[in-house]
Write a protein that binds this ligand. Structure first.
Ligand code: 5GP
Ligand code: MN
Length: 327
């Protein structure tokens, strides 16, 4: 891949690197960042991972060296401005870094985007993206093999395994193929237990999350056609259960997992707006639906965030729009 060639050259020529990922990061985001961090660090590079959001509690085990920093403009703008290369992982629209968007847009440095979502924004000097990949972690795996800039070891194997496991829905989504399993087979030669990784990520929830799920399920509604399932979480639910935004990961699946339902939507009220998670099946494009509201993502899993907007004024409009996709 000529992009890998170019990426390797940039790594060899430049000294300092900032890695970042999207708001509310998942295991692919964190795993890909850390795997690339180790590669760069081992090549003597000056590298920092600076993220908009904190690492969710269930992913802290991936960052056992505690290298991920949470962005604050006082602390980080200067180091961002003074670094040679900015690398964006698991996102392809710069607004996905929210409060960091401005400092990245207004300071010209080499920008590299490494991602596997649909419809990239044209902001990067080097775009390494392919929607055939299960995960950004898998792209990093291929780059490690291609570049030979580091060896896989226990730490890197764990990060990449967690990225692939979660972004394939534990090896069941459609992009899962024999290559995915061959990579997993190699990673399992290192010191990691599938059962243990799954348990860390999916089975360590605080009770607040399960209580929040109960509330969300209570709001579950079918649209007129019966083909759209949706639910709502408000800030009141968050406050009263003591849960937080990262606890909601996976909830939208319940909207879709019903007979005849083709689109699932989760509405989540933010302190300053709201976000939507979309899931679809068959030939229905969730990313296209999300793009109607300024968002994006994958064909079957997408989202959108609207700031300074009230979800109550949007629900009917969103459901009506989604009805067109299932008609
Ligand atoms: P989730 O519903 O799990 O938060 O996100 C599902 C997918 O949609 C993820 O792959 C994520 O990258 C994408 N996505 C979620 N929210 C947004 C958004 O506001 N903008 C864009 N472009 N993609 C999003
Ligand atoms: Mn991903």
């Amino acid at each position: 891949m000529k992009e890998f060639e170019q990426f390797k050259k940039i790594i060899q020529e430049k000294k300092s690197f900032i890695l970042t990922t999207h708001v509310n990061p998942d295991a692919d985001a964190i795993g890909a960042e850390l795997a690339l961090y180790y590669l760069l660090e081992r090549n003597g590079k000056n590298v920092r991972i600076i993220n908009h959001s904190p690492t969710p509690y269930y992913l802290e085990f991936l960052d056992h060296d505690n290298v991920i920093e949470q962005y604050s403009s006082d602390k980080h703008d200067e180091v961002i401005v003074n670094s040679d290369v900015h690398i964006f992982l698991d996102l392809n629209q710069l607004n996905r870094v929210v409060k960091m968007e401005n400092v990245f847009r207004s300071n010209y440095k080499i920008k590299i985007c490494i991602d596997h979502h649909q419809d990239p924004e044209n902001f990067a000097d080097l775009l390494i993206d392919d929607i055939q990949y299960t995960s950004t972690g898998e792209i990093i795996y291929d780059f490690i093999k291609f570049s030979r800039l580091t060896a896989i070891d226990n730490k890197v194997a764990l990060c990449i395994y967690a990225a692939i496991m979660t972004d394939t829905g534990s090896f069941r989504f459609e992009r899962t193929n024999s290559k995915t399993h061959l990579i997993a087979a190699e990673l399992l030669k290192y010191d990691l237990e599938p059962r243990e990784v799954y348990n860390q990520i999916y089975e360590q929830a605080p009770i607040s999350r399960q209580k929040l799920l109960g509330r969300a399920l209570n709001t579950l509604t079918l649209s007129r056609s019966g083909k759209i399932g949706y639910m709502l979480i408000t800030q009141k639910d968050i406050k009263e259960t003591g849960a937080n935004e990262s606890d909601v990961d996976g909830f939208v699946g319940y909207c879709l997992a019903m007979k005849d339902v083709k689109i699932g939507i989760l509405f989540y009220e933010l302190p300053n707006g709201f976000k939507m998670s979309f899931r679809s099946i068959g030939n229905i494009s969730a990313s296209k639906l999300a793009s109607e509201f300024g968002g994006g993502g994958h064909f079957h899993a997408s989202g959108a965030r609207l700031y300074d907007a009230d979800y109550q004024q949007y629900i009917i409009k969103v459901i009506d729009t989604a009805e067109k996709y299932v008609a």
